[in-house]
Unconditional design. Structure first.
Lengths: 451, 345, 327
């Protein structure tokens, strides 16, 4: 038979098609490149920075040092030379009482050197690989501060790169936490919507396994009902009679009565969809920053800095899952009714198989897009928390923390030493980059936006 | 703007060598590739084809409703005689001039009566809007005319129905409303793009009856786009059969059904299950083998050759056959039509 | 093996979808999608099920496969009642009854290759132990439905509607079922492709001895493939007869009107058409008595009172109409 199939040049999965589409989105490609650079710097922070982020000298003090000027022309000969810096001399401005730094050519030139080793300041990559090789540096006592120093005289550039480790990873980690929560809870809500779970077995369903589960469920719920009664009673006996006590007793009595009335005859039904979506709505109804701060307030402030880091990740993730869960539920609800899911059911596939093979993959493209679009929010959230002093603590640093340090001198500090605003610039760039990538991914996965 | 374009006196619309291409990421889709036909005053021309044949794109091009980008009219003329008697080339009109033609001179009804009505306005508002826009009538007059139109398309209690929202009506009712809206400005040409495809057979029968009745009363011409040969036989005076962006056969309706010349037309007629044949003929359908071609990778030569049983290697797959006149007012795009006809005779 | 025994039977099948309303989402009414449908399909037979949209024909198909749980009535497969079987006991039956869907675009998972789609039933039912065995079986199935084994590694979006429908058929055949519900398998396809798929189903039926429930709204297509045809309207069966008898000699006014509404692809045939007035009533609130009476041209006042039973008017020909004096 000559009838030939549609001759498409090569077989492409939906993902391949999307990737090809993504490459046609110039802003997204640039965003991705910027992110690659940022994350590479964060990963190899030690290599790309000249100093340990917490290194400073007591004498001579270098607090609020402006960015070091790099010379390319030799002032003596007037010719181009290898880049070099001068050491600086510190003095105090008599009017503003701010430190001033002037170049001091008398100590000689300090040439910029590449691939230097700094045995006194070793670093690790991913806490595993030890090294002291750095991309660039100058010989002491010369100093190179690409973006100036903070009030202690620590190199702001090095601190920025290390701060990027925290700020950028917190974004991804929090997104992952909210992703897991959103996917699992949204998935359950969607897939089991309208198929409520039975939390107890009525008498006539006591057959087979029911002989075990039936009494067990009764015991649990009966226990709960008695517990509620007991609580109401103790409340009353401790505080005496009042309106509140009456209310509590009323609620407890109603609960107990409801259980006793229902248990023998009908199963207690709980629609997970209802439960989860109401929870999402409650979380969404509380202002985010307020919720973040109150949740953070539950934990003490003087805890281990590393624990604080994970705490922030957890908090941000916990707050962000609602939106994702809601959308995952929507997708799952629609996929559940697709003919291919019906076909799988007609084939006798189990719920687990249908979820794993058909339902979850359908949400993948949305999740990728949604993740890339929520990460900037988490980066901002971390900055906000750190800015308020509730986030990451010393010796760790993050862009938010650096910004907080920047504003400590009041508005004057921005005028006197504008370089302290660098972290703000990096927050801006990374968020824009993530947003562009997210936009690009969304367009790539959405067939309607294809050009 | 070329003034004084000439067109035969009795013609209302003449499409000459129309080419509409879509520039997509994967390549250029030649959705319509050199299609010519004409519609005379008061006649019904059916354009038949399967998905990807370009029949809907042709209809949309006449209305200049091709989504641009990616689509573009890259060549050809669409000559149309307006109510004022002037002949214009719609392919070259400005958007503002085109707006005056749409709805007023040419109206269109679509396949999906669900989506072609705006769900947030009442039916009356939507019909009256078109009337006010094109005929400069007051709102009150427009509403009265709208009620009259609903009456005309056979909707009971038209005055009451004006206040209804589209979702309060059934699919058949909505299609009636669409027709009322399309005809409210007395267009000289009605383009019906698969108007009954989404409807049940009993409702389809109602709508077809209605369209025939209205054409008799109003006298407009109809360009009927469909894939349903039964509907064609019932409605059309003349038929253009399209395949893969080209017209492959054009004829009056009776000779086309009696003696189809193009192998595709023949195949199509034979593959349709028919209720009217005696049961003895109903053992098996004669299917056309193969698939409707992917418009991105059209076969060389005659686009139908991979599915054609009269295919001759070296003849059919070389060049696109020209649309040939057969002498009796018909046209066919097949190099072997004479032989095929003789064999059958 | 053309035995005369009944493979599948449904008795008084009902499916009412509840309509919830109000703040407490109480049930305020129900859509009576299927309202007391009974028929039996013999082994090796093709039963056509025809009706317009809202007639409940698709719901019948899905309910008898227990994809939708019935509200009432019984489903018997080889005489065994499977209406209330729990999931695990139902699984062996799943292997023996399959379904082909209408929409070739939503019936295949766009993220799986064709090979994976057809292999899935084999994995679920443990047919074909090794991946290699399964690949062979998939290749065999692809050939059976007229596709090439090379297509295995492609994705559904690379195929045309007709090819996708073939893939859907291959998936249904993978478990070697005895009974298949074909739910409007050709209505979404192009005219020239419809005939291919109908012919394919006919061939497969002969070759594999399948029993089919062929659901469609296109009366003409059904005639070609069916041995017997049932006509549904608003959740009820109006008429059942052998294919030839039903088309040549319709006894129910609805069947008569339905047949006359189909346009004939021949401009020279002129016939008198019965155009049914009005729309199909809402299945939420169907007319009392005979549900068709509001559009019936033979309706009598009694039609509003009595729900007509399906009764035999000639051997094998049943109709649900109280008027014996017509047609």
């Amino acid at each position: 038979m000559r009838a030939s199939a549609a001759k498409t040049p090569q077989s492409q999965s939906l993902t391949q098609v999307a990737l090809r589409q993504f490459r046609k989105h110039p802003l997204a490609v640039w965003g991705l490149r910027i992110l690659l650079v940022l994350y590479t710097f964060a990963l190899f922070a030690g290599f790309f920075t000249p100093y340990d982020p917490n290194y400073y000298e007591l004498y001579p003090p270098k607090g609020h040092h402006p960015p070091t000027r790099i010379h390319f022309v030799d002032p003596e000969t007037g010719k181009l030379s290898r880049p070099f810096v001068y050491a600086t001399k510190r003095s105090i401005d008599p009017v503003s009482l701010q430190p001033r730094y002037e170049e001091d050519p008398s100590q000689g030139k300090f040439y910029l050197r590449f691939f230097v080793r700094t045995p006194d300041q070793p670093y690790t990559i991913l806490r595993v690989f030890r090294s002291d090789l750095r991309l660039f540096g100058v010989d002491p006592p010369g100093r190179i501060f690409l973006m100036g120093t903070d009030n202690f005289g620590r190199d702001l550039y090095s601190r920025l790169v290390y701060g990027g480790q925290v700020s950028l990873t917190i974004g991804i980690l929090s997104a992952l936490v909210s992703f897991v929560l959103g996917l699992v809870l949204g998935g359950i809500a969607g897939y089991f919507s309208g198929r409520p779970f039975a939390l107890s077995l009525p008498l006539r369903a006591w057959r087979g396994r029911g002989w075990l589960l039936g009494p067990l469920s009764w015991a649990i719920w009966g226990g709960l009902a008695l517990g509620a009664l007991y609580l109401a009673w103790t409340y009353y006996s401790l505080t005496g009679l009042g309106v509140l006590q009456l209310l509590a007793a009323g609620v407890a009595l109603w609960f107990a009565f409801f259980l006793l009335k229902t248990l023998p005859f009908r199963p207690l039904l709980l629609d997970p969809d209802n439960l989860i979506m109401r929870l999402v709505e409650i979380i969404a109804a509380i202002p985010t920053l307020f919720l973040l701060i109150s949740l953070r307030a539950v934990f003490p402030t003087n805890i281990d800095p590393l624990f604080t880091f994970y705490l922030v990740v957890g908090l941000l993730g916990f707050i962000g899952w609602g939106g994702l869960a809601r959308v995952v539920r929507g997708i799952v609800l629609s996929v559940r009714e697709m003919d291919y899911v019906q076909a799988a059911r007609a084939l006798g596939a189990s719920d687990a198989r249908i979820i794993a093979r058909h339902v979850l993959p359908a949400t993948a493209s949305y999740i990728i897009v949604s993740l890339s679009l929520t990460i900037p929010g988490f980066i901002l959230g971390e900055s906000g928390l750190s800015f308020l002093g509730l986030g990451v603590t010393e010796p760790y640093t993050s862009w938010g923390l650096l910004l907080q340090a920047a504003q400590q001198g009041g508005f004057a500090s921005f005028v006197d030493r504008p370089w302290v605003l660098w972290p703000g610039f990096f927050i801006f760039v990374s968020i824009m980059a993530w947003n562009f990538v997210g936009d690009g991914l969304r367009d790539a996965f959405d067939p309607r936006r294809r050009r | 703007m070329p003034e004084g374009v000439r067109m035969d006196e009795k013609r209302l619309l003449e499409v000459r060598d129309l080419k509409v291409h879509f520039f997509t990421d994967d390549g250029v889709v030649k959705a319509v590739d050199g299609v010519s036909f004409h519609v005379d005053k008061g006649e019904t021309l059916a354009v038949v084809g399967e998905s990807g044949s370009g029949k809907s794109v042709t209809a949309l091009s006449i209305m200049r409703l091709i989504p641009t980008p990616p689509g573009r009219i890259v060549g050809g003329e669409i000559l149309f005689r307006g109510k004022d008697g002037e002949v214009r080339d719609l392919a070259r009109l400005s958007e503002a001039e085109m707006r005056r033609i749409r709805g007023n001179d040419i109206a269109m009804i679509f396949q999906e009566p669900m989506t072609s009505l705006n769900p947030v306005y009442t039916v009356g508002d939507q019909i009256a809007e078109a009337i006010m826009l094109h005929q400069g009538k007051s709102r009150k007059e427009a509403m009265e005319l709208a009620a009259h139109m609903l009456d005309l398309v056979g909707i009971p209690e038209p005055k009451k129905r004006l206040a209804n929202y589209p979702h309060q009506m059934s699919g058949g009712m909505r299609q009636r409303v669409m027709i009322a809206m399309a005809l409210s400005c007395n267009p000289s040409l009605l383009i019906a793009d698969e108007p009954t495809t989404a409807l049940d057979v009993t409702i389809q029968a109602q709508i077809l009856e209605l369209m025939k009745k209205l054409q008799e009363e109003i006298g407009m011409s109809i360009l009927f786009i469909t894939h349903n040969l039964g509907v064609v036989a019932e409605m059309a005076d003349r038929v253009v059969v399209m395949y893969a962006g080209r017209a492959v056969e054009e004829a009056d309706v009776v000779p086309l059904f009696k003696d189809p010349l193009h192998p595709y037309t023949r195949g199509l007629l034979h593959s349709v299950p028919r209720l009217d044949l005696a049961a003895e003929h109903k053992e098996r359908l004669e299917a056309i083998p193969g698939n409707v071609p992917n418009p991105l990778y059209l076969p060389s030569g005659c686009a139908f050759h991979p599915r054609c049983k009269h295919y001759v290697e070296g003849l059919c797959d070389r060049e696109v056959p020209p649309l040939e006149g057969t002498g009796d007012g018909r046209q066919v795009r097949c190099v072997r039509w004479r032989e095929i006809r003789e064999v059958r005779a | 093996m053309r035995e005369n025994h009944v493979l599948l039977e449904i008795q008084d099948l009902k499916k009412h979808f509840p309509i919830r309303g109000g703040i407490l989402s109480r049930v305020v009414g129900s859509v009576k999608a299927v309202d007391g449908v009974s028929f039996a399909i013999k082994k090796g037979e093709v039963l056509g099920l025809v009706g317009e949209s809202g007639s409940g024909k698709t719901t019948v198909g899905r309910t008898l496969l227990r994809l939708i749980e019935p509200t009432g009535g019984r489903i018997l497969f080889e005489g065994r009642d499977i209406t209330d079987l729990p999931k695990d006991k139902l699984r062996p039956y799943r292997r023996r009854m399959q379904i082909i869907f209408q929409d070739p675009f939503s019936s295949l998972n766009p993220r799986m290759t064709v090979g994976d789609i057809i292999a899935e039933p084999l994995i679920i039912h443990g047919l074909g132990k090794t991946p290699q065995e399964r690949t062979e079986r998939v290749a065999e199935l692809l050939k059976l439905v007229g596709l090439s084994p090379d297509h295995m590694r492609r994705y559904p979006h690379e195929f045309s509607g007709g090819q996708r429908q073939r893939i859907g058929i291959a998936r249904a055949l993978a478990v070697a079922p005895e009974f298949i519900v074909a739910d409007e398998p050709v209505s979404a396809l192009d005219v020239s492709i419809q005939a291919q798929v109908v012919n394919l189903l006919q061939d497969l039926k002969e070759e594999l001895g399948l029993t089919l429930l062929f659901i469609a709204h296109d009366l003409a297509v059904v005639e070609y493939i069916s041995d017997r045809v049932a006509v549904m309207y608003l959740g009820k069966v109006m008429e059942i007869a052998s294919s030839r008898e039903l088309y040549r000699n319709p006894k129910h006014p609805y069947t008569e009107a339905l047949l006359s509404a189909v346009p004939i692809p021949d401009p020279t045939v002129k016939r008198e058409r019965i155009v049914l007035q009005g729309d199909i009533p809402s299945p939420i609130n169907p007319p009392s008595g005979c549900v068709f009476r509001t559009r019936c041209r033979y309706a009598l006042p009694e039609c509003a009172q009595v729900v007509p039973e399906l009764k035999e008017v000639s051997p094998g020909h049943y109709k649900a109409c109280i008027r014996d004096d017509i047609l």
